[in-house]
Design a binder for this molecule. Sequence first.
Ligand SMILES: Cc1ncc(COP(=O)(O)O)c(C=O)c1O
Length: 392
Amino acid sequence: MQEISDVRYLSRRVAGLKPSGIRKFFDIAATMKDVISLGIGEPDFTTPRPILEAGIRSLQAGETHYTSNSGKLEVRQAVADNLVKLYGVKYDPVNEIILTVGVSEALYLTFTAILDPGDEVIIPTPCFVSYQAEVILAGGVPVEIPSRFEDRFQLDPERIRAAITPKTKAIFVGYPCNPTGAVAERETLQQVAEMAIEHNLLIVSDEIYDRLVYNFQHVCIPSLGDEIKKRTILLGGLSKAYAMTGWRIGYACGPAEIIKGLVRIHQYTIMSAPTTAQDAALEALRNGEPHVQEMVAEYDRRRRLIVEGLNSLGLVTFEPRGAFYAFPRIAASGMDDEVFAEKLLQEEHVAVVPGNAFGLGGEGFVRCSYATAYEKIEEALHRMEKFMTRYG
Ligand SMILES: Cc1ncc(COP(=O)(O)O)c(C=O)c1O
């Protein structure tokens, strides 16, 4: 009989995946008392009451069954209506939109649907930790293109062009950006989109933070023109703007042929996004705007506090115009980002995430989330001041 130790349990693909650099810091922080976490990537707000109540009503009405694989049509219609209202972008809710279990699932479906083994996806970094992993899980190859502080963490069209090979299948775009807080400028997006047309590539655009922008008008990539829309898979979701991370609702929009592929995978893996959450999402999409505005105003207040505070400590911070992260350069401390985050946690009980967790270009920075109470940010800055007095 074959020994258990001879059996390769995990596929090479899975065994080779790096654990997320974010988790490690949460695990250490969880063992300590009195930690202020600026490490968190989700709203500190509870889901607004009317949205929550829509979920409760749904359960009480006995809405406890599967829905259509693509999700309830009225919710897809509400996603479509919102995209028209916000960006003038039209998708047919019947065959161009699928509701997913967060953008996380939408990423998985998208890459599994479009990639053959060895296909390359160009991914500007630093970026959300799942992109590279999802590409690898789908058998593809992530090609990281670092963006730079000096360029306000914008896409660099020339570096993207230089990375295109005959194996390139898609260019990934993720703005507003986690972890830098950068927003994408229209002209740069236009250049990258034209490059995709020229080289016959797809664009995958994660716009989950589209509503969390500060004195900036978000540019939705498919709004740049029909030719671009035809080759774009737009991903979005309710987790961030409506404080609904635990409900798990996201969506993917794109050409019917591609969405059909996503639905095929989804029907064999997920069946349908959670029904209660779909009903709550409907309330959010139809009537949630005042709550979004209220939360954005509070994030903005915290954003100004943290950016000014970090800069005054010599931790040079680019002004984030989107999402809820500040991304200071920590060179003044004389440490690398990993040591900085570890010492800050051990000595001052403030948790931040080392920038290298977000891919190339993140080294030398740390991510500080301001999705935490104003007073806690004040206290975190106070502790960081003590830290920088010792090391700065
Ligand atoms: C840029 C980005 N995309 C996608 C996600 C996943 O969001 P969800 O699966 O909750 O929709 C996150 C979560 O942190 C994120 O920061």
